[in-house]
Design a protein around this ligand. Structure first.
Ligand SMILES: NC(=O)c1ccc[n+]([C@@H]2O[C@H](COP(=O)([O-])OP(=O)(O)OC[C@H]3O[C@@H](n4cnc5c(N)ncnc54)[C@H](O)[C@@H]3O)[C@@H](O)[C@H]2O)c1
Length: 352
């Protein structure tokens, strides 16, 4: 897999290997989340950082952002103590600082706004520190708003309308984004069923009156919409999916791009994850890099509905998949550097 820059370093305080991949800076400095995860081997972490950074390039390009794709990964061999965690974050902050702004980090799986605060002790190139420290905090709310925008476009294509009342929706992963999607869709009258590997999350869902289903049944359950909101690699070759519409925030849902063709051949409309999950990065960069107001930034997130519609219309007109059309849109921006929304990327507000 091509990558512009990959830096892998063992931290001097923690002894833990952390890494940053800058996949592309064709449209601007690379942005991406910092993932804390236990990996069997460092090579698995390297594979992950490369794939995730490439997905960020596509996400930023399709969403019209003047930023490139990057990612950072902390390759853990076990869950760290709080002291180790701080040492790892400081080491990782030094690594990000050494790239001099070519990569800017936000939270990802395993990290949150408080961790960004520790990174910021070593580098200004950090997004999403808590609001009381001048950042915008967790991006899960805007991410959920973006998924709902993409869902509306998808529902019009599949069901002829975007009314969710009476529709059955299965959400895999009742975490930060999944829980917000569940609340919003239940509020619109949808029958929401959730799945999670964490019993405490399931108990929280049940307290809110939501039905649960085992993780092994998620793909097979009869539903109108399936929302992958947990992990990547959900759909492999020949995956059997009962729901006609799949749209969700989880990154890298397909084990391979060719799976998009398999899903289409089975009559499943899969909205590319890098389109549906862009709400968080669109909102955060709008607020922190362009100083937009909350409402202005949310307006940009809502525009993901039109972007998705454009992709679905093109797929329908050209007899292709939404993935092929989303890729074409990303490629057009990357090769022409087309129509930057802002004159030039600015420093993140947190850098001030
Ligand atoms: N938070 C954001 O702004 C954002 C932005 C873009 C993409 N994403 C992606 O969306 C997904 C959800 O993000 P989040 O912030 O809600 O994460 P989260 O960690 O808060 O929630 C994930 C949930 O999935 C559950 N889970 C893990 N493995 C599972 C499995 N095999 N089956 C079912 N449930 C499982 C976890 O227990 C957890 O409750 C992640 O893949 C993340 O990378 C999130």
């Amino acid at each position: 897999m091509s990558v512009q820059e990959l830096v892998v370093r063992r931290g001097r305080r923690s002894g833990v290997t952390t890494m940053v991949a800058v996949h592309s800076s064709a449209l601007g400095p690379a942005v991406g989340g910092c993932r804390f995860k236990v990996y069997p081997r460092v090579h698995d972490a390297i594979d992950d950082v490369l794939r995730l950074s490439a997905a960020m390039t596509r996400k930023c390009a399709v969403a019209g952002l003047d930023f490139g794709g990057g990612k950072s990964v902390v390759a853990l061999d076990s869950v760290p103590t709080p002291e180790q965690r701080r040492a790892i974050l400081l080491d990782h902050g030094d690594l990000i600082a050494s790239l001099d702004g070519a990569y800017r980090a936000g939270p990802d799986v395993g990290t949150g706004p408080e961790d960004m605060l520790v990174l910021r002790e070593r580098t200004p190139h950090v997004f999403c520190v808590p609001e009381e420290h001048g950042g915008t905090g967790s991006s899960s709310g805007p991410t959920a708003v973006g998924v709902l925008a993409a869902l509306r476009a998808g529902a019009r294509s599949v069901f002829g309308g975007d009314e969710m009342n009476g529709r059955r929706v299965v959400i895999s992963g009742y975490g930060s984004v999944g829980a917000q999607l569940a609340a919003a869709l239940a509020g619109q009258g949808a029958e929401v069923i959730v799945s999670d590997v964490d019993e405490r999350r399931l108990a929280a869902a049940e307290e809110r009156g939501l039905r649960k289903v085992g993780t092994e049944q998620v793909l097979a359950i009869e539903a109108d919409v399936l929302i992958p909101a947990a992990v990547g690699g959900v759909f492999g070759p020949g995956a059997e999916v009962a729901a006609p519409l799949v749209v969700g925030p989880a990154n890298n849902q397909l084990t391979d791009d060719a799976v998009a063709d398999d899903l289409a051949a089975r009559g499943v409309l899969w909205i590319p994850d890098f389109v549906a999950s862009a709400g968080g990065v669109v909102y955060t960069l709008g607020r922190e890099a362009e100083n937009l107001t909350h409402d202005q930034a949310l307006g940009r997130v809502a525009a993901l509905e039109q972007t998705t519609q454009r992709i679905l219309d093109a797929a329908s007109a050209n007899g292709t998949t939404p993935l092929a059309e989303a890729d074409a849109l990303a490629e057009a921006r990357l090769t022409s550097g087309a129509e930057p929304r802002t004159p030039s990327p600015r420093e993140p507000r947190t850098a001030a």
